[in-house]
Structures are given as C-alpha cells and as structure tokens.
Design a protein around this ligand. Structure first.
Ligand code: HEM
Length: 214
C-alpha cells in the first residue's frame, strides 16, 4: 500500500524504515553508530524533531542503503513508451511496456561494490555538508524514481521515512529474540515475500519523553 495513492503506487515509509531497521539491528556496530549520532544531535531528553533530520546523516545513509538493497517490489510500475526511442543502444518501439528491475539496478555489481552488503558508508558524501539524499535521479537504484512520472512526494516521503526510522532507533533498545534469526527476513527479495520482522523493543529514554495518552 502506498502512503499517498493506494491504487497504483506501492512504496511507503513504513516499509523502508522496517527494512532499514532489520539491517541495522543485524549489524550491532551500525546500530551503535546510528544511535550514537542521534544521541549526539538530539540527546535523550526529547524526541527527534523534523528540524533534526538533515543532521542525521548516518541514519540517512542507512535509509538510502535500505532503499538500494530492498526495493518494496521487484519491478517498477510499468510505463508505456510514447514514441520510438533508443536507450543505451537498445531500440524500444513506441507502445512498448517498459519495466525497470528495481532489484537488478540496486544490486548491479557494475554500479555497486559488494552489492549484497548493507554498507551505509558508501553513501556518505565525504567533504560535503549536504545531507545524504534518499532520491536517486541517476537510477542506480529506484527509491522515488525520476522524470515526469517520478514520485511527486519525494521530499515528504524522505521526511516520513527519516522521522519513523530515527524515532524507532532513538526510542527503543532493539534486539533479536533468542532462538530466532533475521536471515530469512533479510534474504527475501521484496516486501511481498518477506516473513514478518520480529524484534524485541525495550525503552531507552526517560519515561517523561514518551508521549502519554490519557
Ligand atoms: C518512502 C516513501 C515513498 C516512496 C519510496 C515513493 C516512491 C514512488 C515511486 C517509485 C513512484 C512511481 C514512479 C514511477 O511510476 O516510475 C511513485 C509515484 C507516486 N507517488 Fe510516491 N513514494 C513515496 C511516498 C509518497 C507519498 C507520501 C505520496 C503522497 C503524499 C506519494 C505520491 C505519489 C504519487 C501521486 C505518485 C504518482 C505520480 C505519477 O504517476 O505521475 N508518494 N512514488
């Protein structure tokens, strides 16, 4: 189900944050680095706010890496070519149904070093003050896609994904339940075939920080 349109889209921030969380918890040094960043930027006495998100560059890199490695679906929504066109030497006649392989792009060994490894560092812009973007206009993977039919809500989708992931990381101590493994979840090809993610969550902030419902 898409956060914005339910009839044709399929992406959503909850899916992106869930994959990112599974990968992060699976590698404790990445979990520590992400949580340390949040503690440094935000602290433990208030929840992450929207204004913090641009400074959480390592968490942004984790979310971007989750989009690369775990597209919500194996293929992008089909598009129909309006005219004859040649792309990278391939002739595509007018009227063709064009499907981009999201799995193939994000895991392409010609574009990505060790493509099956979850390595957020690959997205950190060394020497740049700009926040890591979750969009990929070069289509080396597909998150919000690009062009005329690309997602018009990339900025909103980025903020929602980042807010959800950051607060989950900030608010809870995560662990894998004894006797279970994340491997089945992490090795599945898309959100439709993955088993549910089961983790333990314990509070990690002072009680007054959590919103109370009366
Ligand atoms: C993590 C969050 C999101 C992701 C990864 C995402 C990704 C995408 C992708 C891949 C497409 C299809 C592009 C194509 O056809 O090639 C799309 C289309 C679209 N998205 Fe999103 N989206 C997200 C959130 C949202 C939200 C929050 C909204 C609205 C509030 C939204 C509104 C739309 C609309 C209206 C389209 C159709 C655009 C068109 O066909 O012209 N998306 N999105």
């Amino acid at each position: 189900m898409h956060a914005g349109i339910s009839n044709r889209g399929i992406d959503n921030p909850a899916n992106a944050a869930e994959w990112a969380l599974a990968e992060i918890v699976n590698q404790p040094h990445i979990l520590k680095r992400a949580v340390d960043e949040i503690d440094r930027v935000v602290g433990k006495n208030r929840l992450v706010q929207q204004r913090d998100l641009s400074q959480l560059n390592y968490v942004r890199a984790c979310a971007r890496e989750a989009f690369r490695l775990h597209p919500v679906a194996t293929f992008n929504i089909p598009h129909v070519s309006l005219s004859d066109v040649t792309v990278s030497g391939y002739f595509i006649p007018k009227g063709s149904h064009v499907l981009l392989s999201r799995l193939g792009l994000g895991r392409n060994p010609e574009a990505w070093d060790e493509p099956l490894k979850f390595r957020p560092d690959r997205h950190l812009n060394t020497g740049s003050q700009q926040p890591v973007q979750l969009t990929e206009p070069g289509l080396r993977f597909i998150s919000f896609s690009t062009g005329r039919r690309g997602c018009p809500a990339a900025e909103l989708g980025t903020e929602m994904t980042m807010m959800l992931l950051s607060r989950l990381l900030q608010g809870f101590n995560w662990s894998v339940p004894r006797g279970t493994s994340l491997l089945d979840h992490l090795q599945s090809k898309d959100a439709f075939s993955s088993p549910p993610l089961i983790l333990h969550a314990g509070p990690r902030l002072p009680a007054h920080v959590y919103p109370m419902t009366s």
